[in-house]
Design a protein around this ligand. Structure first.
Ligand code: NDP
Length: 281
């Protein structure tokens, strides 16, 4: 990197735990360099129980803002002075903007998800039928809110802990299902989105009955390491169109970048190629 960091450099970043393998610094710093913006984007490992103190401290500085990832998306909402409607609706925030000593929470995960569908499944119409979402955490909430706001007639939320799926649909609408009832939930859907973190920490990844989905049903995985997850492999083997989590990551990063640095990321930089390079083992 040839950019000089000075006292005027605009600083933003991402917080999560674990954070060391986040691709966000690679995306944002590549955009900053290509755009010639005097800014930098750093990764912060969040400590258990320390999230609010981190936000309180940073908002008293010139720090521009934070992307927030697992497991702090609910904490981010609670730590904000103001909550934008998208984040309030999802009850989760992946973006905190610091301005004039105040913190505003937003959620760009849903925008990223819809951008990923538009890019990789261009014929897909969110309003054309019900969609199934696996998981009931922050990612699932962002997805459910985005699909419903885009005219989706029903979201079906399938989760290991049924009570969490029920809480999500109580907030946003839709129908909750236990994992064992995934087959029922998959009938007639236009898309299935994996928003679970299953398999990230252990080998307990459940298998899902994708074969009962209609032909043409779009299958998406928010996980992007590996880029083609076992879930997407199973979908491809059935001939289903697929959307990967990297497209969503880039899609949520674009509006975040603009919020931090005041300009959209340069459109002509192939940031996906840069991210793919970084994903190589
Ligand atoms: P949360 O921790 O909020 O939710 C995790 C979800 O995964 C819960 O519904 C949990 O179920 C479920 N889960 C975890 N382990 C298992 C398992 N072994 N079997 C079945 N279900 C399981 O995480 P997020 O919602 O924030 O993120 C979910 C995933 O999406 C992560 O992998 C994250 O990296 C990814 N993501 C990617 C984005 C992108 O831009 N590509 C953006 C946002 C998220 P339970 O409620 O029962 O615990």
């Amino acid at each position: 990197m040839s950019r000089a960091i000075t006292g005027k450099t605009a600083v933003a970043g991402v917080v999560g735990s674990p954070i060391a393998h986040s691709l966000s610094p690679i995306l944002h710093n590549a955009w900053l360099e290509a755009a010639g913006i005097d800014g930098v984007y750093v990764a912060l490992e969040g400590m258990d129980g320390g999230f609010r103190r981190l936000v309180e401290g940073l908002k008293a500085t010139s720090f521009r803002g934070l992307n927030v990832t697992l497991p702090f998306k609910s904490d981010a909402l609670a730590a904000a002075d103001r909550v934008n409607p998208r984040a309030r609706r999802a009850q989760a925030a992946n973006l905190l903007i610091f301005q004039d000593g105040r913190v505003t929470a937003d959620n760009t995960d849903g925008l990223g998800l819809l951008a990923a569908f538009a890019e990789q499944a261009p014929g897909f119409d969110p309003a054309a039928g019900p969609v199934a979402i696996l998981g009931a955490g922050g990612g699932a909430r962002g997805a459910a809110a985005a699909f419903l706001d885009a005219g989706c007639p029903q979201v079906r939320v399938i989760n290991r802990s049924l009570s969490r799926a029920q809480a999500l649909v109580a907030d946003l609408g839709g129908e909750a299902f236990a994992l064992a009832d995934a087959e029922t939930a998959f009938h007639g859907v236009t898309a299935v989105i994996n928003a679970t973190s299953a398999g990230l920490a252990d080998d307990s990844t459940p298998t899902f009955p994708l074969a009962v989905t209609p032909e043409g049903c779009v299958v998406m995985d928010m996980v992007y390491k590996p880029l083609v997850t076992p879930f997407l492999s199973a979908a491809k083997a059935l001939g289903r169109p697929t959307v990967d989590g990297l497209a969503m990551l880039i899609g949520q990063a674009r509006p975040s970048f603009e919020a931090f640095y005041g300009a959209p990321p340069p459109a002509d930089l192939d940031v996906r190629a840069i991210a793919l390079q970084a994903l190589r083992p």
